[in-house]
Design a protein around this ligand. Structure first.
Ligand SMILES: [Fe+2]
Length: 270
């Protein structure tokens, strides 16, 4: 087995005392859990001499019970969407990663950026991005969601979209004009320093353009067909009125402001 890492990914060396453990999570980012077989290999430096390493990524559960979003998103939809589609992306990704140790040691964010490969996606990209997208989507909703954002997030939406009503209209239009399968994202544009709506096709995730996602909606038909058949309009409006977690979006924006200065508040220079 060769032992190499992509230049864009953090190198990982297994250094646990018994050689069987996983590296610790760093910067609150998920890393691959590692299952290491005991056999010793050849050609690897020092304590990294291991003949076979199986890297895998776990299926994260939504932060609520599968029936908690009813009646707006049914338990059946969660069972099929999370328990079926999302699970299959995780399993397919793990299978691919087992054959490509060049990608070993990446965080999922890094893996998406590396495998996007400047617009010439590698085979692992779709599954990696879909795992990230679905983790983010489940956490973008909550029981009793909808209503309006508050405080800084509402102010920023009003600043960048004119009003919250305008924002909702544009979100709906973005979702309805997303042809085929894809996603709608409210993002913070890191360079332009404002919020924007972004549509992406299939698995594409806006972090490849350095945008910071605040919330998202899955507009693949598998996300809404069981509950709304082909009525995407009703699905999108239900998301906005009853499901979206503005609390999660607010937390994400506040965290992003540590990296992006939106201009408010102005901090006097000493
Ligand atoms: Fe989906």
């Amino acid at each position: 087995m060769s032992w190499s890492t992509s230049p864009s990914c953090s190198s990982v060396c297994l250094s646990s005392s018994n050689g069987l453990g996983a590296p610790k999570l760093q910067n609150n980012q998920q890393r691959f859990h590692l299952s290491v077989l005991k056999k010793k290999g050849k050609g690897l430096p020092g304590h990294c001499r291991l003949s076979k390493v199986v890297a895998y990524y776990g299926l994260r559960e939504p932060p609520y019970k599968l029936d908690a979003l009813e009646p707006f998103m049914s338990r059946k939809t969660l069972e099929v969407h999370w328990g079926g589609h999302h699970r299959s992306y995780v399993e397919a990704l793990n299978k691919q990663l087992g054959k490509n140790d060049v990608l070993y040691g990446c965080t999922l964010d890094e893996l998406i950026k590396v495998t996007y490969n400047n617009g010439n996606p590698m085979p692992e990209f779709n599954n990696a991005a879909q795992v990230w997208n679905h983790d983010f989507f489940w956490e973008s909703m909550r029981p009793g969601g909808g209503d309006m954002p508050t405080m800084g997030l509402l102010q920023q939406i009003e600043k960048d979209f004119g009003s919250f009503t305008n924002f909702k209209d544009k979100f709906l239009q973005s979702a309805l004009t997303a042809f085929g399968s894809g996603w709608v994202w409210l993002v913070l544009k890191r360079e332009e320093k404002h919020l924007a709506l972004v549509k992406t096709s299939n698995a594409v995730n806006p972090i490849i353009w350095n945008d910071i996602p605040l919330t998202c909606l899955d507009v693949w038909e598998h996300a809404y067909y069981l509950d709304y058949k082909n009525d995407r309009t009703k699905y999108v409006n239900t998301f906005l009125d009853h499901l979206v977690s503005w609390d999660a979006a607010m937390v994400r924006m506040v965290r992003a402001q540590a990296f992006v200065n939106l201009g408010e508040p102005k901090i006097p220079v000493a």
